[in-house]
Design a protein around this ligand. Structure first.
Ligand code: C2G
Length: 131
């Protein structure tokens, strides 16, 4: 069984996230999605609208995702690759090159981000609409 892993906050889940998850899932038979805990988001200077449990529940409902695990820190990726027996690590290309250290341990794939959509854009446009 070919296993894939990807990481993110996945807040206010949108079609750009789904497009990433769909393409990531096509690199194998089983997709593990590591989502940032609220504490790790604080380290990323991100404040998610939905908390970890809510984001986990939403991602577990996505057909392309087979398992959701917590992302607690920047250092866990190498352990995750071995603990979960991962063949391919996938991220959007805004992260291009940042995780090349994993190339000795698994395939590393950076996929083009989906244009014109982001959680930040959604929040900003909602602010405008309601201002
Ligand atoms: N993404 C995308 N297109 C968008 C928005 C996001 O392809 N329009 C991708 C990102 O490149 C990332 C994933 O969707 O691979 C999740 O995006 P975020 O939730 O913004 O995750 P991020 O804050 O980049 O956290 O350790 C890695 C970090 O946890 C990644």
């Amino acid at each position: 069984m070919k296993k894939v892993i990807t990481y993110g906050t996945f807040d206010l889940l949108h079609w750009g996230h789904i497009n990433l998850l769909k393409r990531a899932s096509e690199y194998g038979d089983y997709l593990v999605c590591a989502i940032s805990t609220d504490e790790f988001n604080a380290l990323k200077n991100k404040k998610a609208y939905y908390n970890y449990e809510q984001r986990k529940m939403i991602l577990e409902a996505v057909r392309y995702v087979d398992e959701v695990i917590p992302e607690d820190n920047w250092e866990q990726k190498l352990d995750d690759v071995y603990r979960h027996n991962i063949d391919t690590f996938v991220m959007g290309d805004d992260w291009k090159g940042k995780f090349d250290f994993l190339k000795r341990h698994c395939n590393v794939v950076y996929l083009p981000r989906t244009a014109n959509i982001s959680t930040t854009k959604i929040k900003q446009e909602l602010l405008l609409v309601n201002s």
